[in-house]
Ligand binder design. Structure first.
Ligand code: DSN
Length: 415
């Protein structure tokens, strides 16, 4: 980055600092990951200079010879990876992907059943503060006492509400969804089915959990979480909805696609098609299970009855009398990054909730396995139990840095 260093030292220093933070910290925010250097290279290219409204072979501007090659490769790889009829690789990220999908098949005011945020859902699944809730009429379902979605309740709700769309998917739920049940309920009420697999896309691509694509009309995802690609979005759908999705993305919602991002998505899909990615996805699930088991041994209450994916939701306030905000701050001090999170029907506020969400996709990318996860769970417990004791936190932080250096990321990246 010699040009950046010379021309804009302030930005250069901040990027260099962030690289050190990522290398020397244990990234355990469930939605984050480390992309490969090949993905980084594709992102940082002259492709950012190009406007390419439209789709391969049908563009509004000239000069699309190479852009069409790139976007077509991204589309074909995404279809192959997930076994989908159609892929739109242009959504800038997950939130726009969801708004595009809704607008492709719904009219303003139409009804959608979506999962409640505090029960693991996502803001863009109809939380009142979002545009989605202003345009569409969301009714939100919750998990039952056993932590699972009560499909009988969901069916009753669907029969009563008669939604145009039934939406599955989450950002903090840890159990495997029953795709067939969602599909059967939707069929009964004549609703379209959509699933947001932003969190689990990499686990699906790596065949570590079942693929929802055959059961849902529309599938949205981000590409930067377990899928380990660039920050971005993707929509997959049945042939029947392909034209509506493409029109809703452009010109309906977005302008020119970000083709440097599309190129990086293509590289990521190519990586996920390789056998090594299946090993990665399987190890993510193993690491999350060990994290759950160890945290339970340390006396933590794990929500939803445990995990079947890449993360755990922990009721830290109910377990140790330490709030989610305090736990997040304590873990920050030992170099473990996580996020505070609501638990179902949380009596506390979103800015200082009862829970924390902890995920293993990024630490698994750096090569961490079960043995080290046991250590990490021990540190998490020590830090939370001693959250006011700066000396203890400092001592643990030193140990975390040693482990991070042993399992380094971006070995060859020199800024
Ligand atoms: N911010 C993402 C997450 O952390 O799950 C979802 O939008």
């Amino acid at each position: 980055m010699k040009n950046l260093k010379k021309q804009d030292p302030q930005i250069y220093r901040a990027i260099k600092g962030e690289l050190k933070r990522q290398q020397e910290g244990m990234e355990m925010i469930a939605s984050e990951n480390y992309v490969s250097e090949a993905v980084l290279e594709a992102m940082g290219t002259i492709l950012t200079n190009k406007y390419s409204e439209g789709y391969p072979g049908k563009r509004y501007y000239g000069g699309q010879k190479y852009i069409d090659v790139i976007e077509s490769l991204a589309i074909e790889r995404a279809k192959k990876l997930f076994g989908a009829d159609h892929a739109n690789v242009q959504p800038l990220s997950g939130a726009p992907a969801n708004m595009i999908a809704y607008s492709a098949v719904l009219k303003p005011g139409d009804k959608v059943l979506g999962m409640d945020l505090s029960h693991g859902g996502h803001l863009t699944h109809g939380h009142p503060v979002t545009l989605s809730a202003k345009v569409y009429n969301f009714v939100r379902y919750k998990t039952g006492k056993d932590g699972k979605i009560d499909y009988k309740e969901l069916e009753k709700m669907a029969l009563k509400e008669k939604p145009q769309l039934i939406l599955a998917g989450f950002s903090a739920y840890t159990r495997q969804l029953d795709y067939k049940k969602f599909s059967a309920i939707a069929k009964k009420v004549g609703a379209i089915t959509m699933i947001d697999i932003a969190h689990i896309a990499g686990l699906v691509a790596g065949k570590a959990i079942p693929n929802p694509v055959p059961y849902f009309d529309i599938v949205t995802t981000t590409t930067h979480k377990t899928l380990r690609g660039p920050r971005g979005g993707l929509i997959l759908c049945k042939k029947k909805y392909a034209e509506a999705i493409d029109k809703a993305a452009f010109p309906g919602f977005q302008g020119g696609p970000h083709e440097h991002q599309v190129a990086a998505k293509a590289v990521c899909f190519g990586e996920a098609l390789k056998p090594a990615f299946q090993k990665y996805a399987t190890q993510v699930i193993k690491n999350a299970k060990v994290l759950e088991t160890e945290l339970k041994k340390h006396g933590f209450k794990i929500m939803f009855g445990g995990t079947e994916n890449h993360m755990v939701l922990v009721n830290v306030f109910g377990s140790k009398g330490v709030s989610g905000k305090e736990a997040e701050a304590a873990l920050d001090k030992i170099g473990i990054t996580i996020n505070k999170n609501m638990i179902p029907d949380d009596p506390r506020s979103p800015m200082d909730p009862s829970g924390v969400r902890i995920g293993v996709p990024a630490i698994t990318t750096r090569g961490i396995k079960e043995k080290e996860v046991v250590k990490i769970a021990k540190w998490i417990n020590q830090a939370i139990e001693n959250y006011k004791d700066e000396k203890t936190l400092k001592a643990i932080h030193k140990e975390v840095i040693v482990l991070c250096k042993k399992f380094s990321v971006y070995k060859n990246l020199k800024y």
